[in-house]
Design a protein around this ligand. Structure first.
Ligand SMILES: [Zn+2]
Ligand SMILES: [Zn+2]
Length: 200
């Protein structure tokens, strides 16, 4: 038994052969002082209490108060380490999931932006082909045609569309000389359609 245990009333130290009690109000009393109380009130502070004899049958939560501080600190360290290891593992798992979701979100945003740009380019091409006034759909977006002011021709359009699909458009040899949207001889196209300025 720890050497600091003493009766809080008469201050005798704990020693073998002398019974000691701990009260529910938190006081320690020796056998002699306890016998002088009525058993329902603390002999030290006179508050209602129960007396519990100090022996190995104490409940674990009561035994904790009589263990050495070094033992308690060691147990505390074990508890702390155990909890921190579990917290760290959980935090790492959540962080990994967050990074995966973030990466996927960034990929989707990039794909969305690319789709918007392509949509704007295709709309611009379509408007020019149909003779409508061109209005940029997306500020700063690059145009399928390299020059900021370039004559729209059938070849330009078809090459632009084909290049987006990964294959250059090539006219069959027997049609190259006959098909020219810029030609004055093209009967079904207006002058505006024959020479459309692409503005970016
Ligand atoms: Zn005493
Ligand atoms: Zn008391």
């Amino acid at each position: 038994m720890a050497d600091w245990i003493h009766c809080n009333k008469c201050f005798i130290r704990y020693r073998p052969g002398v019974k000691f009690f701990v009260t529910t109000c938190g006081h320690l009393t020796c056998e002699g002082c306890t016998s002088k109380s009525d058993g329902n009130k603390c002999y030290v502070c006179i508050s209602p209490c129960q007396y519990i004899i100090l022996n190995n049958d104490l409940k674990p939560e009561m035994q904790l108060f009589f263990r050495s501080q070094s033992d308690i600190m060691e147990k505390f360290q074990q508890v702390f380490t155990f909890q921190e290891v579990n917290k760290s593992a959980l935090l790492k798992n959540v962080t990994d999931k967050y990074l995966i979701v973030k990466s996927e979100l960034m990929r989707c945003c990039k794909a969305l932006q690319d789709s918007k740009k392509e949509n704007a380019k295709l709309k611009a091409v379509l408007k020019n082909l149909t003779g409508q006034n061109f209005t940029p759909m997306l500020n700063g977006s690059s145009h399928p045609f390299s020059s900021p002011s370039q004559t729209m021709t059938s070849n330009n359009y078809l090459n632009a569309v084909s290049s987006r699909r990964g294959t250059p458009f090539i006219y069959p040899p027997n049609q190259r000389s006959n098909i020219s949207w810029n030609s004055k001889n093209t009967p079904h196209m207006t002058a505006h359609q024959q020479s459309i300025k692409i503005c970016t």
